[in-house]
Design a protein around this ligand. Structure first.
Ligand SMILES: C[S@@+](CC[C@H](N)C(=O)[O-])C[C@H]1O[C@@H](n2cnc3c(N)ncnc32)[C@H](O)[C@@H]1O
Length: 294
């Protein structure tokens, strides 16, 4: 099984305008696809991931004196960069979200299509799991998560159903949660597979994942921190997979421009070409934006 299939590879690396011998940060290493291409074009890379599985996988896959691996959260990108002598770089790339490896590992609990514990932590050392939120938050807090992060219009009914189900027993697995959502949509338990194919389950799981990993706040902070790490003409490229992330990136870039830090390179996001969308389903929601430092 593939660790991850890189999205928008050429578009991202071309947009970074990699120059041999210069330094780049890959803030989301994953399976190392973007990192590997920067190295191939002669760049030196500091690659960060909060998931030790990614760090260990790439350690075994790429051997290069130009590659520096750091286990950490990109929220701390500035400190990690300074610690590794990457405080001034020519490019930074963020390829947000989860890797295929994370989705495909049942025990990580990211997938609504497979059964596993309700975990969803990108960093297995962090203290809060999805099960903690599902079993401990009150009705309004849960409903807020589903509405704000999943844009789910039935968020109240779903949070009510979760709180009722808790009275019978703890909600422990991804199947437990899908079963509860299915009940709200009057889908019988023996047709759970039908629920697993809907956008509803997808949105609820996305919302929970965002909350567990505090993804939107972390992204805002990381973009801000990154803005001080560039050499003149350095480029920041960000790939997003849903509208909430894309809005944050778009607004951050507009704000940087207003503050005189540089220019927004593409007013409209770059999208994968038709062939990529056809051959890699996950790429269909990808959007890539670039900012260039003065
Ligand atoms: C879509 S994958 C990156 C794939 C990679 N570009 C490739 O081509 O293989 C996203 C990665 O970012 C990591 N990640 C997500 N949030 C993070 C964070 N806040 N700090 C560091 N890494 C993070 C995930 O663990 C995952 O490995």
């Amino acid at each position: 099984m593939n660790f991850h299939r890189t999205v928008l590879l050429q578009e991202t690396i071309d947009g970074l305008k990699v120059v041999p011998g210069e330094k780049y940060i890959d803030a989301t290493l994953g399976g190392g696809g973007h990192t590997e291409e920067i190295l191939r074009r002669g760049g030196e890379v500091l690659a960060i991931d909060t998931d030790l599985d990614a760090i260990n996988y790439v350690k075994g896959k790429i051997s290069s004196s130009k590659l520096h691996l750091a286990h950490g959260n990109f929220r701390d990108i500035k400190n990690i960069a300074i610690k590794n002598r990457f405080e001034k770089v020519s490019g930074i790339v963020f390829d947000l979200g989860v890797s295929s490896h994370q989705i495909d590992s049942n025990e990580r609990g990211f997938s609504y299509q497979q059964n596993g514990p309700l975990d969803m932590r990108m960093d297995s050392n962090s203290p809060i799991k999805a099960a903690d939120l599902i079993n401990l938050l009150n009705k309004n807090e849960l409903s807020d998560i589903f509405y704000k992060f999943g844009e789910e219009s039935n968020s109240r009914a779903i949070s009510n159903a979760i709180v009722s189900a808790r009275k019978i027993g703890t909600i422990q697995t991804t199947n437990d949660l899908v079963t509860i959502i299915a009940r709200v949509y009057k889908i019988p338990e023996h047709r759970l597979d039908q629920m697993k194919r809907t956008r509803i389950a997808k949105k609820i799981f996305q919302a929970l994942r965002i909350a567990v990993n505090n993804e939107l706040d972390v992204l805002r902070e990381a973009l801000n921190e990154s803005s001080s790490l560039f050499l003149p003409k350095g480029r920041l490229g960000v790939i997003t997979f849903h509208s909430l992330e894309d809005r944050i990136v778009k607004n951050a870039f507009i704000d940087f421009e207003k503050r005189g830090l540089g220019i927004v390179v593409n007013k409209k996001p770059l999208l994968p070409n038709r062939l990529e969308m056809k051959t890699n389903k996950r790429s269909r929601s990808a959007k890539l934006r670039f900012f260039e430092k003065n």
